[in-house]
Design a protein around this ligand. Structure first.
Ligand SMILES: Cc1ncc(COP(=O)(O)O)c(C=O)c1O
Length: 370
């Protein structure tokens, strides 16, 4: 039987760092520094430097990172936060968990990012923040977002969960806005071996607030001026993240090369729309999203041939049962809805081989009848 080609191959990464991770784990076991042990601060320092910000505060996962960033910005009940409908559910969950109300915006059809042209029309006296998402591995159109935020006196919270290492005009994903939340879910470009996340910010006040919020609202042990959470970055995860961060730039470069290879292999296949890189962006191809006709049928065929293609995402936020209370219906965001029926993510990871990509391309052509 032909070998499967997974959507992402985490084993291939692990083999490269196994020794370093094992040594790091042994050291944590030896000194029993399970909670906020030295590797956490070491990773935070390295990641802040990598992103190009003053502070990184490690938390338990990306959803918490966004929720805590929203809370630290003083946003809560009665406030509205504007975000794209085409994103992973967690972006919207973070808003409601902070007590605020998500206000959704359609996506644009080329990069699938938040449609900035529609943002201004959604701003009300209750709007406090814009929450753009660096979707699929490239930074959102931040200049326009920043201009609107300045004009309407709003803060920007960046969802950088899908873009570790991406840049826009040289600025790193996670360095835009008042604060950014990121996720180190295992399948992310920088993935832990369980749940993990971080807030990055240039604000001393926000960083200090998040450090307290992640630790029961406690700036000083057993003193709790406010109600916080238990949402610390686990020491063992920090060991993994440190080892991976040292290799991330190389892995992201390998993803870009794989994206170029797909471009060559799929050039000229009628009806297939390949991903487009927005001007000024260095993309890190967290996922490689194409558009195809008869998507469900094509996807089924790829999966049947052992190719782990997927969909990011089949249902936009406004059509999710969890957000029914927002009162949206089919047809409200036609660009995102159309995309949701046509998009398909092909296998993408730094170690994918030319042979694997060749097989993906051949199977895709066959599935399309070409
Ligand atoms: C865009 C986006 N935001 C937020 C999250 C939430 O991160 P986590 O799964 O670590 O809570 C994810 C990933 O899962 C994501 O892709």
């Amino acid at each position: 039987m032909t070998a499967k080609i997974p959507l992402v191959d985490l084993g291939a990464q692990h083999r490269q760092i196994a020794d370093e991770v094992n040594r790091g784990f042994a050291s944590v076991f030896n000194d029993t520094s399970f909670i906020l042990g030295a590797p956490v601060a070491e990773f935070e320092k390295a990641y802040a430097q990598f992103v190009g910000v003053k502070h990184c505060v490690g938390v338990a996962n990306g959803t918490d990172a966004l929720e805590l960033a929203i809370r630290a910005a003083g946003i809560g009940p009665g406030d509205e936060v504007i975000l794209p409908t085409n994103t992973f559910i967690a972006t919207a969950l973070a808003v409601v968990r902070a007590g605020a109300t998500p206000v959704l915006v359609d996506s644009e059809p080329v990069h699938h990012q938040i449609d900035v042209a529609e943002v201004e029309g959604k701003i009300t006296p209750k709007t406090r923040a814009l929450l753009p998402v660096d979707l699929y591995g490239q930074v959102a159109p931040m200049e326009e977002i920043a201009r609107l935020a300045a004009k309407h006196n709003l803060v920007v919270i960046e969802d950088a969960a899908q873009a570790q290492g991406a840049t826009r005009h040289g600025t790193g994903a996670g360095a835009f806005g008042l604060a950014a939340g990121t996720s180190f879910y295992p399948g992310k470009n920088l993935g832990a071996y369980g749940d993990a996340g971080a807030v990055t910010t240039n604000s001393d006040a926000i960083a200090e607030k998040i450090r307290a919020l992640r630790n029961y609202g406690s700036p000083i042990k057993y003193h709790h001026p406010e109600r916080g959470f238990n949402s610390r970055l686990d020491t063992l995860q920090a060991v993994v993240l440190k080892a991976k961060l040292a290799r991330l730039a190389g892995w992201n470069q390998a993803r870009r090369e794989a994206a170029n290879r797909y471009r060559e292999l799929l050039a000229g296949v009628p009806d297939v729309t390949l991903p487009s890189v927005d001007a000024g962006n260095e993309h890190v191809f967290h996922v490689y999203v194409i558009r195809v006709p008869r998507r469900d049928e094509v996807l089924k065929r790829l999966n049947a041939e052992g190719i782990g293609a997927g969909i990011h995402y089949p249902v936009p936020i406004h059509l999710q049962g969890a957000f029914e209370s927002l009162g949206h219906r089919r047809g409200d965001f036609p660009v995102a809805e159309k995309a949701a029926n046509e998009i398909m993510s092909l296998p993408m990871f730094g170690e994918i081989t030319a042979e694997q990509q060749q097989r993906v391309a051949t199977t895709l052509r066959q599935a399309l009848g070409q």
